[in-house]
Design a protein around this ligand. Structure first.
Ligand SMILES: [Zn+2]
Length: 370
């Protein structure tokens, strides 16, 4: 009898002990604070890219996103070299209808008619129609602040009171405003002083936006200040600053901006290289910054397509961009990027942070995102 009890005791102890050890191991694997993704996890983790421009009714872009487990926000925007905003919207609506499980779209509005009495009402009608069609966000672009002028030649900035009823409408509809306002600070430097090859080639090709050459245009700080004054007027507007909110060059400034405006997040579109650049000398600082502001940063690329002559090349470009960024955020690999010649080391961010940057924050800041 005694012996039997002893056996039972041992059995119980063993079961309990083994159970605890197993539970511990399971917890460790499941704990996103301590767990990390690997390069191989890239396709299996569901992700968002919230800043792309698909301006052609073709499935190649979306097929590649599906293969890499990305959902997309395609953004209508109004640069002079894009199709009209009505055409962009038509393409977006067609694709959203065909791929409702992958694609959402952001609308925009025209400012060409700014000088007319009807501009406000026309804009409100256009946006109301877009919201009715399912647009989940509105994009405003750097032409406000860098191109649009009053009759007397003054630049129209985003804190102009004529925008207020438009911004109120966006807020009332629980739609997110995506603001590309200003430019990277590199735009105010001579080409050879710019930090990133992408900026060097863009501003060499687009001297109109190379502010170093446009001495009578608003300054970098004028752009930032106008944007901030607009945010002060609209504290309940959900605002996503495109391109790291044009504060890409200095994570301290971006941290201050987040502290000052709790209703603001930023997307990383075309500005991951600026985080990488700052990480060359200060990897831990950049890593700590991303961990501290893990609720405010949204992964995106600015990948865009106007026409598809070579779908394989497009797919390769997309895959390479997405995998390279994943590698930077997820691993601690030594790596080369195309934006500058210095090697860098990946940030190896915890799973929980990666999940927010690649998925959770997109859903939080764009509540109607698919
Ligand atoms: Zn863009």
């Amino acid at each position: 009898m005694k012996f039997k009890n002893y056996i039972i005791y041992i059995l119980c102890f063993c079961l309990q002990g083994c159970g605890e050890a197993k539970k511990e191991q399971l917890l460790q694997n499941a704990d996103p604070e301590t767990g990390f993704y690997s390069l191989e996890d890239f396709d299996s983790v569901q992700k968002y890219d919230t800043h792309v421009h698909i301006n052609v009714d073709d499935s190649a872009f979306i097929n590649q996103a599906e293969r890499n487990n990305f959902r997309l926000l395609t953004i209508n925007v109004n640069p002079p070299y894009y199709p009209s905003i009505e055409e962009q919207q038509q393409v977006a609506l067609k694709l959203v209808e065909a791929y409702p499980q992958i694609l959402s779209y952001a609308t925009t509005f025209n400012v060409a008619n700014w000088g007319s009495e009807e501009w406000q009402q026309q804009t409100i009608s256009y946006l109301e129609k877009s919201f009715g069609n399912g647009a989940i966000a509105v994009k405003i672009w750097k032409n406000i602040g860098m191109d649009l002028r009053e009759k007397d030649g003054q630049f129209v900035m985003i804190d102009n009171p004529r925008f207020d009823p438009i911004l109120d409408l966006i807020e009332k509809n629980n739609v997110t405003l995506i603001g590309h306002l200003g430019e990277p600070r590199n735009a105010w430097l001579p080409i050879e002083e710019m930090t990133i090859t992408g900026d060097q080639s863009y501003f060499a090709k687009n001297p109109k936006y190379h502010m170093y050459l446009q001495k009578d245009f608003p300054s970098y700080q004028d752009q930032i200040d106008a944007r901030d004054r607009m945010l002060v007027k609209h504290p309940n507007l959900k605002f996503v600053g495109a391109h790291l909110g044009s504060l890409e060059w200095n994570i301290n400034k971006l941290a201050n901006h987040f502290d000052e405006f709790p209703n603001v997040a930023v997307d990383m579109a075309a500005r991951v290289p600026h985080l990488q650049f700052q990480s060359i000398d200060n990897r831990e600082k950049v890593r700590d910054f991303i961990i501290k502001y893990q609720d405010r940063l949204i992964y995106s690329t600015d990948l865009s397509v106007e026409s598809i002559s070579n779908p394989d090349e497009l797919k390769k470009t997309m895959n390479d961009r997405w995998v390279s960024d994943w590698r930077f955020f997820v691993t601690d690999d030594e790596m080369k990027v195309s934006a500058f010649s210095t090697n860098l080391k990946g940030l190896k961010l915890p799973k929980a942070v990666i999940d927010k940057i690649y998925r959770g924050n997109a859903k939080k800041w764009f509540p109607s995102l698919i």
